[in-house]
Design a protein around this ligand. Structure first.
Ligand code: CAA
Length: 259
């Protein structure tokens, strides 16, 4: 296993756990951190023993955004030529196993965008979400103006992106940004429990579900339904479909082989 400067990486049975770990800067996301994150996620994606991933930060901050000290003196040519943010961030969206974001404290700017790239967000009751880029004279650059209106409403997305204000966990749950809110001291347990449930199912089926739900955000409904039906048909080509249905009929727990 490679060692990381900005991450802690461990496995809990079939669950891969990645903890953002740049405490001095509230987990501000610099290039090195994202490069490491892509490596760590890729390693779990390739590891047959891992079937779900949890991404978390500290109790104080999931991530307080892109690193402002890194960006402060960037020129247009610097960011254009390096394709700033897309260059390494696109490695995160390439991950095919589910990723649960377990968010406590600040998830701001790139931190909120990183949480939104994950498949769903479980928030601690102290979580605070926002896109404060407007205050810095920039705009969200890692999907905030695109994923936030898809996750919440146009009204809420505009409000957050234009005012730069933070919303708390309760508001984020009402808005549909997070799937559940739990007490801070239960956050990691709850996220790992959810990941363990997912890891108990057939991995290829889980990957097909992730791919299909994500497809809903890329296609008109009729095309999405055709995509879903094709994937649905393909599940009947798996051993795990035979096992899942046989187990139901025999009133026993299924033993998925992940193929
Ligand atoms: N970049 C670099 N350093 C950061 C940072 C960031 N985004 N956020 C926090 N830090 C650093 C602070 O500079 C501070 O460092 P020092 O101790 O060396 O001074 C340390 O983390 C602790 O932060 P604070 O003292 O500010 O802590 P606080 O509790 O008073 O405030 C906060 C917390 C409200 C999150 C505040 O730190 C803050 O507003 N941070 C910036 C949030 C932000 O603007 N994020 C968007 C970045 S732009 C972006 O993300 C672009 C994109 O779309 C990808």
């Amino acid at each position: 296993t490679p060692s990381f400067e900005n991450l802690l990486v461990e496995s809990r049975g079939p669950v891969g756990l990645i903890t953002l770990n740049r405490p001095k800067a509230l987990n501000a996301l610099n290039d090195a951190l994202i490069d490491e994150l892509v490596v760590a996620l890729g390693a779990f994606d390739a590891d047959e023993a891992i079937r779900c991933i949890v991404l978390t930060g500290s109790e104080k901050a999931f991530a307080a955004g892109a690193d402002i000290s890194m960006m402060a003196n960037f020129s247009y040519m610097d960011v254009f030529k390096s394709n700033f943010i897309a260059r390494n961030w696109s490695g995160i969206t390439a991950i095919r196993k589910p990723i649960i974001a377990a968010v406590a404290g600040f998830a701001l700017g790139g931190g909120c965008e990183l949480a939104m790239i994950c498949d769903f967000i479980i928030a601690a009751d102290n979580a605070r979400f926002g896109q404060p880029e407007v205050k810095l004279g920039i705009l969200p650059g890692a999907g905030g103006t695109q994923r936030l209106p898809r996750a919440v409403s146009k009204a809420k997305a505009m409000d957050l992106c234009l005012t730069g204000r933070m919303m708390d966990a309760a508001e984020a749950e009402r808005a549909g940004l997070v799937s559940r809110v739990v007490p801070l001291d239960r956050l990691l347990e709850e996220a790992i429990e959810a990941a363990t449930v997912i890891a108990g199912y057939s991995l290829p089926i889980v990957m097909m579900i992730k791919e299909s739900v994500n497809r809903a955000y890329e296609t008109p409904l009729a095309e999405g339904l055709i995509f879903e039906r094709r994937v649905f048909h393909s599940t009947f080509g798996t051993e795990d479909q035979k096992e899942g249905m046989a187990a139901f009929l025999q009133k026993r727990a299924p033993e998925f082989k992940h193929r």
